[in-house]
Design a protein around this ligand. Sequence first.
Ligand code: ATP
Length: 147
Amino acid sequence: EKIQLVPYCEKLIQPFIRSTQRMIMISSSAESISCYTDPPKLEQLLRILIDNAIKYSENEIHICIQKQKNIISITIKDEGVGIPADDLPHVFERFYRIDKSRHRATGGSGLGLSIAKSIAKSLRGTITVESIFGKGTNVQVNLPSIL
Ligand code: ATP
């Protein structure tokens, strides 16, 4: 199914903004970026990443949508607690959580990112994470724009 990514993401973030009162901004490299994808799957994937960005940061969250050739990238950027370099290679593993006591209040299971990765794969895409501990995290999803 063909979707317009900017309005699609605008719609997706509204419930998050309403329920958390957080600032979530969307920017894009072009006015209109379309993508052939499975919209419910993409929604499930982006919800996991936005949930994490909200849980592990307190400032504004930015979602950047770009298209280069036939690759769409959607990057969720936060300025939160960040991920220690030693933990970074493991965050996509099932049940992996960093410093359990630190995050006890947020009550995660450590499954979110492993599910996100398998969804990205099922959409023939990839997911990567860049983070600086104490500064923030960028999670980038790359998807083919055509099926
Ligand atoms: P849930 O299954 O509810 O999402 P979770 O957040 O613990 O629980 P994952 O989404 O798999 O599980 O994330 C794994 C770990 O990676 C988290 O415990 C957290 O320590 C770290 N992490 C994930 N996203 C971020 C982020 N945006 N900023 C900082 N740390 C993060």
